[in-house]
Design a protein around this ligand. Structure first.
Ligand code: BGP
Length: 487
């Protein structure tokens, strides 16, 4: 008998590991109303009124009307971004200086189809992304493109109430066909929907106005919208494989590991249920079917998902090629007496063993190793960490930003990624979030900064927009050069 001992395992990052950074159109581009672009759902979300408040779900009919009737950018910073639209060449050059192997960005659907249901695509919008791809090619940086990062043409909210309407699937697939045909040969890695599992939170991901509904009715509407997104994601995967056989499609999840508040089985159980509901999305996208545990949940909540006869087959036939996620923090879940969870992704409880950022995000590098192992175990598909980083109030003094806190955060997370690789996880790459300061998603402000590159702009939109390398810029350059050895 032949016995084999597994005595060897990977000790370092693979030679072709993709190091880089991640952004989103509505947080960087600006130029919200030029070259034929339509207004997007992200660009009608106003600034949060206080630092810790999430502003993303504050859209109701009244605030939408206000946003539609104003061309002012002041209270809608995502219309301003960091003017990447005019600075992209300079910014990509800085990414290249750090040694980026990959750059994640999103396409603004409304640059290509300003109203979502236009007959023809907008050539000027298409050209903008041609130019970005040209720049990236110049430095041999691979693009990783998100097709929909928390935005869609606002006209689709007005006419169809966003993803709640099944017809939006066709509009999305026309958009994806257009961009795959145009850019497909130049782009190997794609993602469909950013953090799709946050779509139960509301407007930012579904583009649906539902503030006047009861919470039960909201859930019904949102899960229906999510079903349409899941089908659209599978159809986009099908198209991509047909049009560009070498390209790969990924799903994208906001992955927040949640721990039981105590070893009491009722807490452990509640944690498992909370986690299942989060993983439902990648379960469908990676395994191709609705997991059984959701049937019980839907029945108990009286949620009825309307499906077309072919939907299940579409989901089954076109799962994604790889699984990606953002990772910033972990949460804690505690059971109510009735077995339901208190504390979930959005409202997680405090973990006494962890420190938190200025915005209360609990910092947990070891959780990243745990997450990577669990995701690899569950899906057995290559993984990609497409967001991770620290939002902080940086100080620019004498042309320098000493952001050691950011270096510490990233170093500890990269160390844990390496441990996961040693554990045997297949990890394609790492795009930290916000390599250049950008508008925060949740606060819609500039002052929550993530970048290696400082951008001179304040929360009111004042500033020269000048770019300055922070200390972390040189640190990440060293990390990439040593392929993760010199941390
Ligand atoms: C993720 C989003 C990003 C991003 C990041 C940081 O949830 O995909 O768009 O901005 O979080 O969040 P914030 O900007 O709110 O600090």
């Amino acid at each position: 008998m032949f016995l084999m001992y597994h005595t060897d395992y990977p000790k370092e990052f693979p030679a072709d590991f993709l190091w880089g950074g991640a952004t989103a159109a509505n947080q960087i581009e600006g130029a919200w109303n030029v070259d034929g672009k339509g207004l997007t759902t992200a660009e009608v979300v106003s600034k949060a009124t206080n630092k810790k408040k999430m502003s993303m779900d504050d859209v109701d009919q009244e605030s939408l009307n206000l946003a539609l009737n104003t061309s002012l950018v002041d209270n809608y910073p995502k219309r301003r971004g960091i003017d990447f639209y005019h600075h992209y060449a300079e910014d990509i050059e800085l990414f290249a200086e750090m040694g980026f192997k990959v750059f994640r960005f999103s396409i603004a659907w409304a640059r290509i189809f300003p109203n979502g249901d236009d007959r023809f695509p907008n050539e000027d919008g298409l050209k903008f992304y041609d130019h970005i791809l040209d720049e990236l090619e110049k430095y041999q940086i691979k693009p990783l493109i998100t097709l929909s990062h928390y935005e869609m043409p606002i006209a689709l909210t007005q006419k169809y109430n966003g993803w709640t309407d099944r017809r939006v699937i066709d509009m999305f697939t026309r958009y994806t066909e257009t961009v795959f045909t145009r850019y497909g040969k130049r782009v190997e890695y794609w993602l469909t929907f950013n953090e799709i599992n946050t779509a139960t939170w509301g407007f930012h991901a579904t583009g649906a106005l539902d503030q006047d509904l009861s919470s039960k009715e909201q859930l019904q509407l949102r899960y229906q919208a999510i079903h349409h997104q899941l089908v659209a994601s599978a159809l986009a995967t099908k198209q991509l494989h047909e049009l560009c056989p070498n390209a790969k499609m990924g799903c994208m999840l906001a992955r927040m590991q949640t721990y039981p508040a105590t070893p009491n089985p009722i807490d452990v159980q509640a944690t498992q249920i909370a986690d299942q509901k989060n993983l439902f999305f990648s379960d469908v996208q990676a395994r191709g079917e609705y997991p059984e545990f959701m049937n019980r949940y839907f029945a108990e909540q009286k949620i009825k998902i309307m499906m077309d006869p072919d939907d299940q087959q579409i989901l089954a036939q076109y799962p994604v090629d790889f699984v990606s996620f953002s990772y910033y923090m972990t949460t804690v879940t505690q059971s109510n007496q009735d077995g339901t969870a208190v504390g979930n992704m959005a409202t997680g409880g405090r973990n006494p063993y962890l420190e938190e950022s200025d915005w209360g995000w609990q910092i947990d590098p070891i959780g990243l190793r745990i997450t990577l192992n669990e995701m690899w175990d569950r899906y057995q598909k290559p993984l990609f960490v497409v967001e991770n980083g620290l939002g902080a109030l940086d100080k620019l003094e004498d042309g320098k930003v000493h952001d050691n806190y950011r270096i510490d955060y990233l170093r500890q997370h990269i160390q844990q990624m390496k441990e996961a690789i040693k554990d045997g996880v297949n990890l394609l790459g790492y795009t930290m979030w916000g390599p250049i300061d950008l508008i925060s998603f949740s606060t819609s402000e500039m002052s929550k900064r993530y970048g290696f590159i400082y951008v001179a702009q304040d929360d009111q939109g004042n500033g020269s927009l000048q770019r300055t390398r922070k200390d972390s810029f040189y640190w990440y350059q060293k990390v990439i050069k040593s392929n993760g050895e010199d941390l």
